[in-house]
Write a protein that binds this ligand. Sequence first.
Ligand SMILES: [Zn+2]
Length: 115
Amino acid sequence: MHELSLIANLFEIMEQKAKEKNAQKITCVKLKVGILSGAVPELLETAFDIYKKNTMAAEAKLEIEKVPLKLKCQECSAVTIKQDLVFNCEQCGSTNLETLEGTDLFLEKMDLEVE
Ligand SMILES: [Zn+2]
């Protein structure tokens, strides 16, 4: 499962950040997941629940925000936000598009408990 390795990487980053802040616990984690990131939010949740046991995030809540695809047309500069995966400009129909958002998975926010 691809998501398990994504979550494993995420936990490395999270635990490092938590240690820098001398936190005892990670209480809430918010991820932004682009619809073209290649990760399925439901599988990320499952992977997170499996992985969090015996970590600082054992009781953490996971929130996932799906990020739609944001494309900028190279012909007319119109910005199109896509919930589906049809790659053409809504203004002029061009397929010469630059991807601005929607391909990444990243840690948006993390709540810590510091004693
Ligand atoms: Zn266009």
